[in-house]
Design a protein around this ligand. Sequence first.
Ligand code: HEC
Ligand code: HEC
Ligand code: HEC
Ligand code: HEC
Length: 116
Amino acid sequence: MKSTLTLFAAALALTLSFGAAAQNTRDYHMDVYDAGCKTCHDQGMKRFPSDDACLQCHSMEEVAKQTERHGEEARQNPHDSMHYGKEAPCQECHGEHTAKKALCQECHNFDYPKFK
Ligand code: HEC
Ligand code: HEC
Ligand code: HEC
Ligand code: HEC
C-alpha cells in the first residue's frame, strides 16, 4: 500500500513539473513558440487555449481538404466526418504538449497515417 502511494506521488510530481514548463513542444509549431506562449494561450496560462486560438492560423476547410477521402471512406475524414461534419474542435483530437488519440479511434480503427 505504501509503495503504491509513493509511486502515485512521484507520477503526480512528474506531471506537475512537466505542466509548468510545457517541455513537450511540437517541432512544427516552433515559430508559434517564438511568438510567445500566449499566441495559443489566449485564456491565460492557467487554462487550456480556446479552439479559436488554433483557428487564427488554421481553418477546418483547409485541413478537411488535406485529409479528404473518397467513396466509401469519404465520411472517415476526421475533419468532415459522419457524426460531426466540420464542427469538431481541433483539441478534441490534437494535443500540443501531450500526445492524444484522435477521438474517432475511441470507437473505430480507421487508418490515419498522418495523425500528429
Ligand atoms: C500562430 C499560428 C498557429 C497557431 C496559433 C496554431 N498553429 Fe498549428 N501550425 C502552424 C504552422 C505554421 C504549422 C506548420 C505548417 C503546416 O503544417 O500547416 C502548423 C502545424 C500544425 C499541425 C501539424 C501539421 C503537420 O502534419 O505537420 C497540427 C496538427 C496543428 N498545427 C494543429 C494546431 C492546433 C490544434 C492548434 C491550437 C492548439 C494550432 N495548431 C495553433 C501555425 C499555427
Ligand atoms: C501551438 C499552441 C500552443 C503553444 C504555442 C503553447 N501551448 Fe501550452 N497548451 C496548448 C494546448 C492545446 C494545451 C492543452 C493540453 C495539451 O494539448 O497538451 C496546452 C496546455 C498547457 C499547459 C497545461 C498542461 C497540462 O498538461 O495540464 C501548460 C502549463 C502550458 N500549456 C504551458 C505552455 C507554455 C509555458 C508555453 C510557452 C512556452 C505554451 N504552453 C505554449 C497549446 C499551446
Ligand atoms: C462514441 C463512439 C464513436 C465515436 C467517437 C466515433 N464514432 Fe463513428 N460510428 C460509431 C458507431 C456506433 C457507428 C455505427 C453506426 C452504424 O454503422 O449504423 C459509427 C459509424 C461511423 C461510420 C460509418 C460506418 C463505417 O464504419 O464506415 C463512419 C464513416 C464513422 N463512424 C466515422 C467516424 C469518424 C470520422 C469519427 C471521428 C471524427 C467517429 N466516427 C467517431 C461510433 C463512434
Ligand atoms: C476528430 C478528430 C480531429 C479533429 C477534431 C481535428 N483533427 Fe486534424 N487530424 C486528425 C487526424 C486523424 C489526422 C490524420 C488524418 C490522416 O492520416 O488521414 C489529422 C491531420 C491533421 C493535419 C495534417 C494534414 C496533412 O495532410 O498532413 C493538420 C494540419 C490538422 N489535422 C489540423 C487540425 C486542425 C487545425 C483542426 C481544427 C480546425 C483539426 N485538425 C481537427 C484528427 C482531427
